[in-house]
Design a protein around this ligand. Structure first.
Ligand SMILES: Nc1nc2c(ncn2[C@@H]2O[C@H](COP(=O)(O)OP(=O)(O)OP(=O)(O)O)[C@@H](O)[C@H]2O)c(=O)[nH]1
Ligand SMILES: [Mg+2]
Length: 341
């Protein structure tokens, strides 16, 4: 019998093969892409949950408790922990490992940290690939933890089925959340650190903001600045006004509210299935993933061409900065030539 291919081994759930594929993806090996293609038809089974929020809000602690919850229910879990802010120390990633170490030896749990933005497709692209690999491994649930509220997080939220936005008591975070357009992508809110003062107040403030949204309609792209321009066809397409995002108070360190959080996620999942919105969501996820790929391909093609004909990106940027080169003409020219290739 022939030795099973890497794709076959990943599909059988083999942890080492999955880890190897993820390393090859990091190293941009062409074989890695071939393997991704081979596993693709078998993906689309995992339920993907995003956890997004300010640094230190308690995302990893919540994830840890959610893992325990899903494991107790007999489900296997994959975790993608993203921390683009610490490429040097890896401190937060180490922190994640420590916080989730109870699960480190559990074969039903697979944890992968992504630390740097890396190549052209950016962090969202790498995240999409890792989610695919965990899905192919047969993980029932995949949890993606992202820090902060920037464009990357909004993009990552487009790759998930249920987006949980984690806030903590205190108004600052909420204002930040609205600014980045996070309100629109949240399917569930967790007000974590509810053992601190002000959790009720934060929950009420969020509720008020959601009610305003319901009466005046979506406010995306209004003030965020991180959103795609409306009308360019790239705006986040999954906002679902038929769903009222529940607000759950949690204390991640004790596990208080975790069952309620898991129930809120489950009821969102049930809503997606009952309303048929799950199909739109799947199309939206596919669309987001495809756009990331396309952007990466086009950009790398254009930059190769630029380098061949004009010079390296940094040299060209220097000339643009000195007003020796016209960025509009250069971009038009490159785009036109890519089209005719
Ligand atoms: N009092 C209290 N502390 C908490 C709670 N949840 C988490 N913490 C603490 O908050 C700190 C940050 O928790 P993490 O789970 O690492 O938060 P995070 O959002 O994953 O942090 P980053 O990944 O670094 O952005 C840790 O010291 C936790 O012990 C909570 O509900 N109450
Ligand atoms: Mg964390």
């Amino acid at each position: 019998m022939a030795t099973p291919s890497l794709a076959e081994r990943v599909l059988s759930g083999d942890v080492r093969s999955a880890a190897r594929l993820m390393r090859d993806l990091d190293d941009r090996l062409p074989e890695a892409e071939t393997t991704l293609r081979a596993i693709f038809p078998s993906t689309g089974r995992a339920y993907v949950i995003g956890l997004t929020g300010a640094p230190g809000a308690g995302k990893s602690s919540l994830t840890d408790k959610l893992i325990a919850h899903y494991r107790a229910a007999g489900k296997t879990v994959g975790i993608v922990a993203i921390d683009p802010t610490s490429p040097f120390t890896g401190g937060a990633i180490l922190g994640d490992r420590i916080r989730m170490q109870d699960h480190a030896t559990d074969p039903g749990v697979f944890i992968r940290s992504l630390g740097t933005r890396g190549h052209l497709g950016g962090l969202s692209r790498s995240t999409a690939d890792v989610v695919q690999v965990m899905d192919a491994m047969g993980k029932d649930i995949v949890i993606v933890e992202t820090v902060g509220v920037g464009q990357d997080e909004v993009e990552v939220a487009e790759l998930v089925h249920t987006a949980v936005v984690v806030t903590v008591p205190g108004l600052g975070d909420d204002v930040q959340a609205i600014k980045a357009g996070i309100l629109e992508i949240a399917d569930v809110f967790a007000v974590n650190k509810a053992d601190r003062d002000g959790a009720d107040r934060t929950a009420r403030d969020l509720q008020t903001m959601l009610e305003v949204r319901h009466t005046v309609g979506p406010v995306s792209s209004a003030g965020g600045g991180t959103w795609h321009a409306p009308g360019d066809g790239l705006a986040h397409p999954v906002e679902d006004l038929a769903w009222d995002p529940p607000i759950v108070q949690t204390v991640a360190v004790t596990g208080q509210g975790i069952a309620e959080l898991a129930a809120a996620i489950e009821s969102h999942r049930a809503h997606l299935q009952k309303s048929g919105a799950i199909h739109r969501r799947e199309v939206a996820r596919a669309r987001a993933g495809f756009l990331m790929l396309l952007r990466e391909r086009l950009l790398s093609g254009a930059l190769e061409q630029l380098e061949e004909e004009t010079g390296r990106l940094d040299e060209v940027a220097g000339r643009i900065a000195r007003r020796e080169a016209d960025p509009y003409a250069l971009a038009d020219d490159l785009a036109a030539r890519l089209r005719s290739r």
